[in-house]
Design a protein around this ligand. Structure first.
Ligand code: UD1
Length: 330
């Protein structure tokens, strides 16, 4: 199949393009370089020995998207393009609603117009809000209240309505837990612009000595060591989940969690990083971060049963591969 990947030079997008190309599909990348670098394209070519299509374009630009859809035979779309910093979304709500909602609507509109009937959307476990884990796909949508989370829930609803109105159109909503790690080549990985706010990018900057210490947000949660527990998933596993989703032959809407089904605490992750990589990561316990939950992990029964998806990599692989990519960047 020929798959259009919006945000295909980003962290999860680039790993997904690699998996698509390595399993014999073709890909067309659309990326506006807002939070990605153009050299990622060369790295994808180096890893796969193939050269996907590339358009430096904005998925909110209906005319440009129409041009791309009209000139190519596209069999499916994986839509990653979107803003994703939770804190920033609170201070720039209009930018987040506009960018995330409009890009999803423009791409869906072109799919309907050009009869591209497979649509995979990059959603998030944030749509579950503060419900008790393990989180199941049939739980109610209750996004943690910030514009970023709201856009994910709204786009899920919009795409569901588009699928209802267009019986041929199939939508797969993938709810990611906490993606970390990097490709084993060390050539592509997570490279956020500015000061990171997620745990792993922060740990990497501390390990490099760019930031003095990691703030561990709270050690008084009801968890085995008191620190927050999350379901970290290797980005290559996550990318393989997209491959399964786009290859799945079904109409209507399907929803799947992409996680490992088990949780790891902040201190477990940091200590595994220190042990596996032999580098120090100084940290200090500070107060809780607003909006954080104690524990979040996926129920993976449905994705295993219906999608045949099972994460293969563990925390040691994730911290090793993330550090290898970070060292290569230096
Ligand atoms: C965060 C977002 C979530 C979003 C997800 C995307 C918040 C409140 N939640 O989730 O909406 O879908 O990112 O990737 O921003 N931690 C530290 N020190 C740090 C950074 C994090 O101790 O410097 C802890 C957190 O308290 C948490 C764990 O590490 O227990 C993971 O944090 P993070 O990587 O930000 O992910 P989430 O909180 O799961």
């Amino acid at each position: 199949m020929n798959i259009l990947v919006t945000g295909g030079l980003g962290f999860i997008g680039s790993h997904t393009v690699v998996e698509l190309l390595e399993s014999g599909h073709e890909a067309i990348i659309v990326d506006n370089l807002y939070n990605s670098k153009v050299d990622v394209f060369d790295k994808i070519c180096q890893i796969t020995g193939k050269s996907p299509g590339l358009f430096i374009a904005d998925a909110t630009d209906a005319a440009e998207m129409d041009d791309i859809f009209s000139k190519h035979q596209i069999d499916g779309v994986i839509h990653f393009a979107g803003f994703k910093a939770v804190g920033e979304s609170v201070s720039k709500p209009l930018e987040y609603y506009r960018n995330n909602l409009v890009s999803a609507m423009v791409v869906a509109e072109k799919c309907v117009k050009y009869k591209v009937n497979r649509f995979v959307f990059s959603s998030s476990a944030t749509v579950y809000g503060e419900q008790e884990p393990p989180l199941k796909e049939d739980s109610e949508l209750m996004p943690t209240s910030n514009p970023y989370g709201e856009t994910k829930a709204m786009i899920e609803r919009i795409l569901t309505d588009v699928a209802k109105a267009n019986p041929e159109f199939s939508v797969c909503l993938l709810r990611y837990f906490n993606p970390v790690g990097a490709h084993k080549s060390g050539l592509i990985g997570e490279d956020p612009n500015g000061i990171p706010n997620n745990l792993m990018p922060f740990v990497l900057r501390v390990a490099r000595g760019e930031i003095e210490k990691l703030n561990v947000f709270g050690d008084d949660y009801d968890t085995p060591d008191g620190t927050g527990v999350r379901d970290y998933i290797h980005v290559v596993d996550l990318a393989r989940g997209h491959l399964k989703a786009i290859e799945k032959d079904s109409a209507g809407v399907s929803v799947y969690n992409l996680g490992t089904g088990s949780g790891t605490s902040v201190l477990e992750l940091v200590n595994t990083f220190i042990r596996v990589n032999g580098v120090d990561v100084p940290y200090e316990i500070v107060g809780r971060r607003d909006g954080d939950v104690a524990t979040c992990y996926a129920d993976v029964t449905k994705s295993l049963k219906e999608l045949g998806f099972k994460a293969e990599y563990g925390i040691e692989d994730m911290v090793r591969d993330a550090w290898q990519f970070e060292k290569n960047k230096c």
